[in-house]
Design a protein around this ligand. Structure first.
Ligand SMILES: Nc1ncnc2c1ncn2[C@@H]1O[C@H](COP(=O)(O)OP(=O)(O)OP(=O)(O)O)[C@@H](O)[C@H]1O
Ligand SMILES: [Mg+2]
Length: 113
């Protein structure tokens, strides 16, 4: 099991969601966050909303997946979020030790989705 964390441009959220749904990935957590990458928020300002200092508005996605869904998830995020410009975002893949569905007590891959 993996936890995929992706930081994307806010205006790409709907495109990324559409690509995820196409790949049958339907469970997702979305947060509004602030951040900057290696340009330190400077050269990217013309395309982002500068919030405070050099921090730009970004959207953070968290998606827990079984291993077979890892690559399709990555592919869908890239397809929806890439403009080939700086600031398109980043994907982090973490090993996920456990997943527990609170309503049923199910654990492991069956609890993911
Ligand atoms: N190493 C990192 N650790 C934590 N957050 C990061 C990291 N790299 C990027 N981010 C987050 O992802 C957002 C988008 O990153 P961004 O796409 O600008 O990365 P980059 O490394 O600067 O690549 P690029 O040159 O394509 O812009 C940042 O605003 C920040 O919130
Ligand atoms: Mg950058």
């Amino acid at each position: 099991m993996k936890l995929v964390i992706a930081i994307i441009q806010p205006h790409k959220l709907e495109d990324v969601k559409a690509e995820l749904y196409k790949a049958d990935i339907n469970l997702i957590t979305v947060s509004e966050v602030l951040g900057h990458g290696r340009q330190m928020g400077v050269t990217e300002v013309y395309r982002g909303v500068k919030e405070t200092g050099n921090l730009l508005r970004k959207v953070r996605l968290e998606i827990g997946v079984n291993d077979t869904f890892l690559q399709p998830t990555i592919d869908a995020i890239i397809k929806g979020a890439r403009s080939s410009e700086v600031g398109d975002g980043k994907i982090f893949v973490l090993d996920m030790k456990e997943c527990i569905r609170i309503s049923s007590g199910e654990k492991g891959p069956v609890a993911i989705g």
